[in-house]
Design a protein around this ligand. Structure first.
Ligand SMILES: [Fe+2]
Ligand SMILES: [Fe+2]
Length: 225
């Protein structure tokens, strides 16, 4: 008899906890969707401000995710990496538009101004109580270079977090595949590979260059890319 009462209480308790769990999940899912929609929207705005016709930030996010999976990064790290890819140039929204669209070489003053965008982006995201803590930092370091000549902090080699080394690579590759004010035609795959080999160990992490070639040249052979 005692056991039966215990079973009944246990069933009621499990039902109550399950109900609460699903009610809570139902409540939290729409807000997560909203966050993702906002992030995708901001990324699209940044692309338009920069004058891109293609979804540059989204292409970067997809490419970055493939490399991250190959490197065995965790799901949380991959989510942050995707968000950082989508928002990497959000700081450029605050800069004069002619600075972003000119095909002329920038003078020292304008170059300095342009190079503030990783810091502006970081600041914007920190002020917005962003749900993924590390994303503002990843945005700050998306223009660091493997040889230490990048900006804003001149980090070198593995001082640069893996996610930022991935961002630097996919940002450049994505730009090579698109038209830019300074280069009217998109680069062909063999030209991209040549450029990556040339800058491997200088601008880019050499290991990531090899992973990119393994993933995306293979995809091209299979007719995907
Ligand atoms: Fe940038
Ligand atoms: Fe970019």
């Amino acid at each position: 008899m005692l056991i039966n009462i215990f079973n009944v209480i246990l069933i009621i308790l499990i039902t109550f906890v399950t109900y609460k769990y699903f009610a809570l999940r139902e409540k939290s899912a729409p807000s997560l969707d909203r966050t993702m929609n906002y992030i995708n929207g901001f990324g699209a705005i940044a692309d338009r401000v920069e004058g891109y016709d293609s979804p540059h930030a989204m292409i970067m996010a997809d490419m970055a995710e493939k490399i991250a999976r190959e490197k065995g990064m965790s799901e949380d790290e991959i989510i942050s990496l995707r968000y950082a890819a989508i928002l990497h140039d959000i700081g450029e929204i605050l800069l004069p538009r002619n600075l972003l669209k000119t095909s002329e070489k920038l003078d020292e003053e304008n170059l300095f101004l342009l190079r503030t965008h990783p810091l502006l982006g970081e600041l914007q995201l920190r002020n917005k109580d962003f749900p993924y803590d590390e994303v503002p930092t990843l945005v700050r370091w998306h223009h660091e270079r493997f040889d230490g000549t990048g900006y804003p902090d001149s980090l070198k080699g593995e001082e640069i977090p893996l996610s930022c080394r991935i961002l630097a690579l996919v940002d450049a590759v994505s730009a090579m595949k698109e038209e830019r004010p300074y280069r009217k035609k998109a680069m062909k795959m063999n030209e991209i590979v040549k450029e990556l080999d040339l800058k491997s160990g200088i601008q880019f992490d050499p290991e990531l260059v090899e992973i990119w070639k393994m993933l995306f040249l293979k995809a091209q052979t299979g007719g995907e890319n």
